[in-house]
Design a protein around this ligand. Sequence first.
Ligand code: SAM
Ligand code: SF4
Length: 335
Amino acid sequence: MTLPPLIDPFARPISYLRVSVTDRCDFRCTYCMTENMTFLPKKELLTLEELDRMCSTFVRLGVEKLRITGGEPLVRRDILTFFRSMGRHLETGALKELTLTTNGSQLARFAGDLHAAGVRRVNVSLDTLNEEKFARVTRWGRLPQVIKGIDAAQKAGLRVKINAVALKGFNEEELFDLTEWCASRDMDLTFIEVMPMGDMGAEDRVGQYWSLKDLRAQLAENYTLTDLAHRTGGPARYVQLEETGQQVGFITPLTHNFCESCNRVRLTCKGELYMCLGQEDMADLRAPLRASECDAPLEEAIRAAIGRKPKGHDFDYSRQQADGQMSRHMSHTGG
Ligand code: SAM
Ligand code: SF4
């Protein structure tokens, strides 16, 4: 049965769902988590069966792209079962793409099975190629393990894109090394501006902030940048580096340049739907999911939530303080 698609009040069709499947992680990146994080009790989390029901309902309502994230999605127990079961929507053609964002630590173990489940692309987050700096920024991560994961992913036939958070005074001097390294491995690269998510204690966000406008200008000193027209409906803009042929993306969530084409919503691991990354408003979908075995109340709750999707967000660094600061962490909403 074809259901009417999800269209928000600003006539934007909602076709992209990002799903956080866990708030836990085997790293403690300084811009994302504190060292002593308190995680959700298990009963708060959607079970894998509930995640399946939730995502399948979104697919029935017209979602064509699912991105699995976290926390670290690959540390969730039995997560492959979930990937395999989402694969059935790829087979029917209802789902066009199943992807994930990962820190890469478990990829060596899972790459082949992910490919078999229908995953064709992964985003791997990697901010530095220096082992000591990597250990410092991730606190618990080890670079060689991640490199092994990337090797395994490419060997399994997964297209890898690297995501690097641009951090002033940290990976500034590695701009060209990172770019060349990605080019040499035929990987695209996206830079992300650091966002004011969660309370990071001593970390100084304004001090960490490296504007992608500056980063782009530095890149243009060594390469010829051609703007690419295609947009993903998300906060990324892309250029092609003529010298290497690779694509470089810039995610600047702090500027209001993408809200008008926003096609996405985010589901947390406990079943809250955030209609906008930069707004506090959310809808609890776990309650209608658990209240009935029938999906009708859930569908109704999803439609009501999409009906409240705001026009845009309120991040603002312009006054040298992190205005519009969100109380939740990226690992909770899923980056
Ligand atoms: N653990 C996985 C990973 O690291 O790729 C998936 C979840 S992580 C929250 C998703 C993305 O959010 C990562 O690329 C990470 O670098 C980014 N991220 C986390 N905190 C951020 C922040 N405060 N500002 C900008 N990006 C952030
Ligand atoms: Fe974990 Fe990803 Fe957050 Fe780093 S950015 S702590 S890998 S969830």
